[in-house]
Ligand binder design. Structure first.
Ligand code: GDP
Ligand code: MN
Length: 389
């Protein structure tokens, strides 16, 4: 789960992170009010769950109330499209109004959960402001990586080594230790999966300030982090993913046109690979989970069909805890209830497979069946209606 920049800054501030003074605004008048309180110049920043706002016109240095008001009016209620959003962008419903910072130098600081080492890993660079993906590609040598041993925690020598690596000296080294400690403690204590300060700024007077902040959290830990869970902004999330979660389905929308209904995350990944291998593109990832009732299968169809790009549906079930006859009954019910006309490919294997196939055959519906994963993918790709040239 992602949170907004202003929420990440509030949270990190509680752990000692230096951040610019600022306030949140949902309307132009409120933005002007916040700016007046802070004094000019201020920076007004669109709050969306995506980076790349600066380059996309979502961040502006304002010298007057009129400028704040005009900028707020131009952003609020619109969608902001950045390099990190899809073509539709993310809706802007709130703005962060901050005291402008005098930037001397922009650095990069990130903490991520490194699955390979099973540790929190620090990534830092003298080249701040750039996106980390670009930085890793264009200047891999400019990245400093360091792993934190959970039994020891963040060691003071690690902070110093990083500070020196970032070109700091004197009082900055101690300030950097405070910054890094705030990141690490917030990460660890709040079950985060990512903290990113980009840029971490050295001001004109030599002090460190987090100019931007991004945090993501482990959704599986939200049950024990009610304060974090309360920061969720459903307006920034894919409504289809929301609806799916209500039915116990994990759904992730993608760009292709082959709708997928699959049980098991691993099988879903493998199926998406096979679709690509067969020359197609999946429209989504969807795991219906174990013990899928007919009702849940129908909900899965509804979710998949809410994406207008879907031109064919592939149902791939390897039933262990699930039962093929339940799933088959669900497919038949969905086909009838939802008046489907698009091609549906069904591949069933595992528990009660014969009963499942029987239900499909007896339904008399024009469902395309497949025996293997490869065959299912190839059939789905071939079943797509041809686009008009
Ligand atoms: P992002 O583009 O979504 O990552 O948004 P950031 O918060 O990182 O802001 C983008 C850029 O705007 C920064 O890299 C800065 O160059 C600029 N910026 C943001 N706040 C300030 C500020 O207070 N003063 C100045 N001079 N520039 C700022
Ligand atoms: Mn940034």
């Amino acid at each position: 789960m992602d949170i907004h920049e202003h929420q990440a800054k509030d949270l990190l501030k509680r752990f000692g992170m230096p951040v610019p003074d600022g306030g949140i605004a949902f309307a132009p008048e409120q933005a002007m009010h916040e700016a007046r309180k802070l004094g000019f110049p201020v920076v007004v920043k669109a709050q969306v769950h995506a980076g790349g706002r600066g380059a996309a016109g979502g961040v502006k240095l304002c010298q007057s109330e009129a400028e704040v008001s005009a900028f707020a009016l131009s952003l609020l209620g619109r969608n902001l499209v950045t390099k990190q959003t899809d073509a539709g962008g993310k809706p802007v419903h709130r703005l962060l109004v901050e005291q402008a910072t005098d930037i001397g130098k922009e650095l990069y600081l990130g903490l991520v959960l490194d699955r390979k080492s099973e540790r929190i890993m620090i990534v830092a660079s003298r080249e701040g402001g750039m996106e980390i993906e670009d930085l890793a590609e264009e200047q891999p040598d400019a990245l400093i990586r360091m792993v934190i041993d959970p039994a020891v925690g963040l060691a003071p020598f690690q902070s110093r080594e990083l500070a020196f690596g970032l070109g700091m000296a004197g009082a900055q080294v101690a300030q950097f230790a405070t910054v890094l400690r705030a990141c690490y403690r917030a990460f660890r204590d709040q079950d985060a999966t990512m903290v990113e300060i980009n840029p971490l700024v050295i001001t004109g007077s030599g002090d460190l300030v987090a100019l931007d902040a991004k945090m993501s959290f482990d959704t599986n830990a939200l049950f024990r982090r009610p304060e974090v869970a309360a920061l969720r902004d459903p307006g920034q999330e894919d409504p289809r993913e929301d609806a799916a979660a209500e039915h116990g389905l994990s759904y992730v929308g993608l760009e292709g046109d082959i709708g997928c209904i699959i049980n098991g995350a691993g099988l879903a990944m493998a199926t998406m690979d096979m679709i690509q291998l067969a020359g197609g593109q999946p429209a989504n990832f969807l795991d219906i989970g174990g013990g899928a009732s007919a009702e849940r299968v129908v909900a899965a169809f509804r979710t998949v069909l809410s994406d207008p790009n879907v031109s064919v549906i592939l149902v791939n079930i390897f039933a262990g805890i699930n039962r093929c006859d339940w799933v088959a009954a669900g497919v038949v019910q969905a086909y009838r209830d939802l008046n489907l006309t698009l091609p549906v490919v069904v591949r069933l294997a595992g528990t009660n497979v014969e009963e499942g196939r029987q239900i499909i055959i007896e339904s008399g519906l024009p469902l395309l069946s497949a025996d293997t994963l490869a065959e299912a993918a190839a059939t789905a790709v071939a079943a797509r209606p041809r686009m008009a040239a």
